[in-house]
Design a protein around this ligand. Sequence first.
Ligand code: MN
Length: 463
Amino acid sequence: MKTLIRGGTIVTEQGTFPGSVLIGDGKVLRVFEVPDGPVEADEVIDASGKYVLPGAVDIHTHMDLDVGIARVIDDFHTGTVAAACGGTTTIVDHMAFGPKGCSPWHQVKEYHRLADGNAVVDYGFHGVLQHVNEQVLEDMAQIAKEEGITSFKIYMTYDFGLDDLDLMKILQRAAKEDILIASHCENHGIVTYWRERFAREGKTQTKWHPVSRPAEAEAEAVSRLLYLAQAAGEAPVYIVHLSSLKGLEEMRKAKAAGQKHFGAETCPQYLLLDEKLYDDPQEGLKAVMAPPLRKQEDRDALWEALGNDELDTIATDHCPFTFAKQKQQGAEDFMKCPSGAPGVEERLILLYSEGVIKGRITLPQLVKYACANPARVAGLYPRKGVIEAGADADVVILDPEKEWTMTTGRMHGNADYTCYEGMKIKGAVDRVLLRGKTIVKEGEFCGARGDGQYLKRGKSVLV
Ligand code: MN
């Protein structure tokens, strides 16, 4: 069966052009600029007046995450339906920790159990390192080879954060095995100091949450991670959810000093939402996450860095809990609030409406940050993240003119709120194809549970 998408404007990292995409057996067969002449196809999709983008790739989600005090409300089915409706056809999910002392294999098996047969978009996993010894490092290398899990996450804070000696052992081995180490960068001492002090002083309203996790905590950890990576032989590292100007400045310093093999992601919440949200003790709960929301100057700096091609990716850190119940665990004490927020569905259209329409990034940059670079970082390029012959036929058809208001009722995941409630949006995801099959039509999901395939990933490419 052959499908032809015609009449639209194709968007690549290099630019835009009027063109058609011919699809067969789940792959892109040809891309041609108009006029394309007569082409044989069983199905013709008219994309007139619309943009045709590669299926978006979100390499930071937490489906079905168990954080101990709560379990994320989206599983791999509902969470990927939301992803699909937002134009995301590939996710790479960050695993939860397993039981204390378990082998990294434990969670690999657990995550296949959670995702296989449930996901409706293609998916991979980042491994997680919760402690370090020779066997764990052996397992990491073996998991990369056998499972195609070529990236592992480490945390520099929380009680399960790793110390510098642990990190050196991991980074040194990762450099040797071409494994990407993704890091949550916050200084543990700074965060713990403030949390303990605020607990003693009864400063437990959400307005103290951002004060307890200041930008300095992020900047110090970013800087230390980059020096450790260098000391370990330029180990490839990836900074997840960069939130602050100070953190960004540490990256700039490393880049100016000639360091290579590192990259950074930011997320829509750090580009669009303000820490003033925490002043309201109820609304603030919705945005309890780590790192916290920042100030206007941070958002301006991150947008500017995106405009200047200084960052690598925009992911979501999708980690939804219900506001009505789960988030209320923090009603009296923000430290008891499960940390995270929904976002997997909102990402692409927010970046279009707030980024492209408002002139902060270009359309080709949107494709770079939301599609192509995430695929490169995850070791999935050029199978994913690009519309060219031989790539998987993952396509988003975006209606650039449609205007609508973002509300919880229009979202497709299980969360009972969106952080962007009431936001006026220009542009809408009209149709989504996963490996040639339409899974979203006129904005509504029409695929099937289990349509998603597990992705064995290759070596990460940092650009
Ligand atoms: Mn996360």
